[in-house]
Write a protein that binds this ligand. Structure first.
Ligand SMILES: Nc1nc2c(c(=O)[nH]1)N[C@H]1C(S)=C(S)[C@@H](COP(=O)(O)O)O[C@H]1N2
Ligand SMILES: [Mo]
Length: 190
């Protein structure tokens, strides 16, 4: 069930079957946790968030409102807040499958968000609801999120004080050794 809340004319509780009836898309992408590990060449299959937005969210928007952010909520209480542009990007999926198999409970069953251009903490697992927002909600978590609320990987937005160009070479240098380790069955997860 996906709950739809926020600036809508009616609260919706959409069964997952509603999502699985939408056209599917597959993407291959790397996954970067802000803490330093990366998983490479993951194949995700699901529905583009944008498709879900156009078919099920736009029609129930409160007239005259402009959505600026979307908060995605999880069964475990976790939440990720996206700008509308970031979440409507053409590679943001609501994923059902990873590498050809249904998601397991460690990696987000029954459905999760995947936003490869942002750090892993935006890829909300166990997606249970979305809230349509007309302003940025206050950020209550630490200095990194306050200075980099979008967590963009290729801008290296992962430290509150150190600029991206300083830390980029270090983190890029970790990707290959971690790929080697994970191919030997000890993929780190944080
Ligand atoms: N619901 C939920 N989603 C979550 C998290 C979480 O704790 N709860 N952790 C996030 C973080 S920090 C990362 S790096 C990724 C990890 O995804 P994985 O467990 O599939 O490796 O999930 C993200 N999504
Ligand atoms: Mo993470």
């Amino acid at each position: 069930m996906i709950k739809v809340r926020g600036a809508v004319t009616e609260k919706l509780d959409l069964p997952l079957a509603t999502l699985s009836a939408l056209p599917r898309k597959e993407i291959k992408a790397d996954f970067h946790c802000v803490a330093g590990w990366s998983a490479t060449d993951l194949v995700w299959e699901g529905v583009l968030f944008e498709t879900f937005y156009r078919t099920h969210l736009e029609p129930v928007l409160r007239p005259g409102t402009t959505i600026t952010h979307i908060a995605c909520r999880a069964l475990d209480g976790y939440e990720g807040v996206f700008t509308i542009d970031d979440i409507l990007a053409d590679d943001v999926l609501i994923a059902f499958n990873l590498d050809g198999r249904p998601l397991d409970s460690d990696h987000g069953a029954p459905v999760r968000l995947v936003s490869p251009r942002q750090y892993g903490y935006f890829s909300v697992k166990h997606l249970s609801g979305v809230a349509l927002l007309t302003a940025a909600p206050p950020i209550t978590e630490g200095p990194v999120l306050r200075s980099h609320p979008r967590g963009r990987v290729w801008e290296e937005e992962r430290h509150g004080l150190l600029p991206g160009r300083v830390v980029r070479p270090f983190y890029r240098s970790l990707i290959r050794p971690i790929r080697y380790l994970s191919s030997r069955g000890s993929r780190p997860r944080a």
